[in-house]
Design a binder for this molecule. Sequence first.
Ligand code: CMP
Length: 137
Amino acid sequence: MERTLSIIKPDAVKKNVIGEIISRFEKNGLRIAAMKKIWMTKEEAKGFYIVHKERPFYDDLTDFMSEGPIVVMVLEGKGAIAKNREIMGATNPANAAPGTIRKDFAENIERNAVHGSDAPETAAFEIAYFFSALELL
Ligand code: CMP
């Protein structure tokens, strides 16, 4: 059993497709271990994406991630990190496979509908960024 952090980003929340996105996780065998809707400040978004702080898109990305509400979730299941990434599709929707979340809902490489942890270490950091141990029990 593995856990991963998933975010439904401000673009997808605005499109009113939270339910459609969550049902794709459930239909693919992932369970929701924890979930909440929040609105990050710019500083909170910068902290979450701290690994990208040297990237040219860091400022735009953190503006976008703090422009409106998001849904943060802990997904649980066998191979949850890889499975979530498969369901999401490629970071750039132009390269995402048919039937993936990003192919169907993302606007461009930045406004790409969802985020998912890319490795066990990042999943541990990202889950702890939003959820306390009590919320996960
Ligand atoms: P995400 O999976 O949340 O991880 C980092 C995010 O940075 C990524 O999705 C995109 O939203 C954004 N991103 C990655 N590469 C680029 C890029 N080349 N230009 C703009 N945004 C990017």
